[in-house]
Ligand binder design. Structure first.
Ligand SMILES: [Zn+2]
Length: 310
């Protein structure tokens, strides 16, 4: 490795774990490590770990003859990217944490703070399944459903840091209650958790969304019904997304995307049925897996660096 090679310190902080890496400007990961978030310790302890890990990574880069040039941190919840503040997060417990400035002070490096799904979308749009599409909607379906609208490599943040909350599109007014307090949101019907919950409710047997998909494929009528209902709701949500954004490609990530053709085949058909004059987007599976957030955090940091040096 040539001495002086530039890298970005990147962290993707989730409710249970942190994915951390040193990433080159071209998106290649030169070193990766994982740490526990252990959110039960409280937000201050989590912030302490984030700063320690980031500092450790910068030190590791220097020890390896690399030059850390920036730091990118992705967190879940509501994120004010302009102010660099983690405004609110249910699973990590952040309330108005000025994480960008804290990291910048500790590391002495230009730092960017981003939203986990928005930076994941950034990475998929620039390096992954949405490459060369220009207009991309990235939809992460797991415990919840969130999205990022990426245009020419830049993800819309929104006026209040809450753009892309496609999981809270109202799809079934008389549907199950959502975590946000309203019934019938897309994620209350079609997230991986919602699919498992619905199946358990109807069958009395607990199951994961993956198991529901398996049983549906095996011809079990109840699983088939639950899976179909979720796919229909997802198609409703995606059709709304397409009406709003007119994207070239919709990239589906998160745990549910692992169902592969069992998700994508019926979803493509259901979406096709719902579109009238809108052009049909390409519907593809995410390509970067759970590295997307970390790579996206690095890209966001590089973007910030480019802006600051302009
Ligand atoms: Zn909701």
């Amino acid at each position: 490795m040539t001495s002086g090679d530039e890298v970005v310190v990147a962290l993707d902080v989730g409710g249970t774990g942190m994915k951390c890496a040193l990433v080159r400007p071209d998106g290649a990961t030169v070193h990766a490590e994982r740490h526990a978030t252990d959110a039960a310790r409280g937000p201050e302890a989590v912030v302490g770990t984030i700063l320690d890990v980031a500092e450790g990574l910068a030190g590791k880069a220097r020890a390896d003859g690399l030059t850390p040039v920036a730091c990118g941190i992705a967190v879940p919840g509501v994120v004010d990217e302009a102010r660099g503040v983690a405004v609110w997060s249910a699973n990590v417990g952040f309330r108005d944490v000025p994480l960008r400035d804290l990291a910048r002070e500790r590391l002495g490096l230009p730092t960017a703070l981003g939203h986990d799904v928005r930076v994941g979308g950034l990475a998929e749009a620039r390096l992954g399944a949405g490459r060369d599409a220009g207009h991309v909607l990235f939809v992460a379906i797991g415990t919840g459903i969130a999205a990022a609208h990426v245009v020419d490599g830049s993800a819309a943040v929104g006026a209040h840091g809450a753009a892309g909350e496609i999981g809270h599109i109202l799809v079934r007014p008389d549907g199950p209650p959502c975590g946000c307090g309203r019934p019938g949101c897309l994620e209350a019907v079609a997230s991986a958790s919602a699919i498992g919950r619905r199946y358990a409710e109807l069958s009395g047997t607990p199951a994961t969304a993956a198991e529901v998909a398996d049983r549906a494929a095996d011809g079990e009528p109840l699983a088939g019904r639950v899976w179909r209902e979720a796919v229909e709701a997802l198609a409703d949500g995606l059709a709304t997304g397409q009406a709003l954004f007119d994207v070239a490609t919709i990239v589906i990530g998160g745990g549910l995307a692992q169902a592969g053709p069992r998700l994508f085949d019926p979803l493509r058909t259901a979406l096709h049925e719902r579109l009238t004059f809108h052009r049909e987007p390409r519907l593809v599976a995410a390509a970067l897996g759970d590295e997307a957030g970390c790579l996206g955090a690095a890209l966001l940091a590089l973007d910030t660096l480019a802006k600051e040096s302009r």
